[in-house]
Design a protein around this ligand. Structure first.
Ligand SMILES: *Cc1c(COP(=O)(O)O)cnc(C)c1O
Length: 359
């Protein structure tokens, strides 16, 4: 059964996008492919707010999250962890054989710029990982404040995951001084999973050129060599590149600012709905994500039961909590193409079910 997805990724994909994926493919060394990539890349650069290249990677985001470490970390990496994805990044760094240190924050708390400053001031690190929007807890870090600190340490290459926040609000890569910024297709870009995007600064390219053990598949230098020809190093997921090309048409037709405003309004609608039911937000309100709401299950409702009724009766799905927060929280995404009407439809269905579960 295909549910209408209100989970925080993968999210609902439009008919138009699916149709775009059915476009017959070409050879990836043909001029027709270069034309397609040439349509996608400059528009992605606009969304990244960058003059740097944006590479297309045929992988989910973890591929380039791992790959980035292999390209830039020589001395040691500081992994800022405040939820499931960011905590895992520390584990991934160790698995890559990197000297890694974990800067830990409670789940639901943002990355604290002062703590980052203190850690970087030791001079131990040449790289740092930060997740802008920790999807597992619906927590958004003040990335401008963190980058203000990171910029004081020119030897430190910043790798910032914007996987679940990208295109829900402006994240101005060049202005913030982010070296490597990473995102994926299946969150707010509303495409199926399997394609990811990374934009790499000159400084990070320079570091990569002197880093041993970059491997092949995610080597920044390989990406760059083919980027210059509007190509990718190996055969890419062409159907998904058609999908993002179509989605970029949608995004720019809507207007980027309008899209941000729509996400903010939909997010507010859901948040107020939750408050009206007596739920608390899991993170501190000020750091609540604009891409999703993660509510605490302070009313101790059978969330799994609610979700299974939602699926059965209405063919829709929310998320019942990530990892150790399963049952203790629930998450509702407002990423992608959702409107006030489509969000209200979900919330109305949840009202009906909650009335039965709240007794
Ligand atoms: C979904 C997500 C990822 C992982 O993406 P994959 O596509 O599964 O590799 C990484 N970081 C964040 C913040 C995410 O939301």
């Amino acid at each position: 059964m295909a549910y209408k997805l209100y989970i925080p990724g993968p999210i609902n994909v439009s008919e138009k996008t699916y149709k775009a994926m059915a476009t017959p493919i070409m050879g990836h060394r043909m001029p027709e492919f270069a034309e397609l990539a040439g349509n996608v890349v400059p528009r992605m650069q606009q969304l990244f707010y960058t003059k740097d290249p944006v590479f297309l990677s045929t992988s989910s985001s973890w591929g380039i999250m791992e790959g980035s470490l292999r390209n830039v970390t020589q001395k040691a990496v500081l992994n800022c962890g405040n939820g499931a994805f960011s905590d895992k990044w520390f584990d991934v760094a160790k698995r890559c054989g990197k000297d890694a240190e974990f800067l830990q924050f409670d789940w639901g708390k943002p990355v604290d710029p002062e703590a980052v400053d203190k850690a970087l001031s030791t001079g131990k690190f040449d790289s740092i990982t930060i997740i802008h929007n920790e999807t597992s807890t619906g927590t958004m870090t003040d990335i401008a404040a963190v980058m203000e600190v990171v910029r004081k340490y020119p030897e430190v290459i910043s790798i910032v995951d914007t996987v679940s926040s990208f295109s829900t609000l402006p994240i101005k890569k060049d202005e913030l001084g982010i070296d490597v910024m990473v995102t994926g297709s299946q969150k707010a870009l509303a495409c199926p999973p399997g394609l990811s995007f990374l934009s790499v600064s000159d400084k990070a390219m320079e570091r990569a050129s002197k880093t041993e053990g970059r491997g092949y598949y995610f080597d920044f230098l390989e990406f760059k060599k083919f980027f210059d020809k509007n190509q990718t190093p190996s055969t890419p997921v062409i159907s998904l590149i058609y999908a993002i090309n179509s989605k970029l048409d949608d995004i720019f037709a809507e207007g980027v600012e309008n899209r941000y405003a729509r996400h903010a309004a939909n997010n507010k609608l859901v948040r107020e709905w939750g408050y009206n039911h007596g739920f608390k937000l899991f993170p501190e309100e000020k750091y609540g994500s604009v891409a999703l709401n993660c509510f605490a299950n302070n009313l101790e409702i059978d969330i799994a039961g609610v979700n299974s009724e939602l699926k059965k009766r209405y063919n829709m799905a929310i998320d019942g909590g990530y990892g150790k927060l399963k049952g203790k929280t629930f998450r509702i995404s407002n990423m992608g193409d959702e409107t006030q009407e489509s969000m209200k439809e979900l919330l109305g269905n949840l009202d009906t079910i909650l009335a039965e579960f709240k007794k």
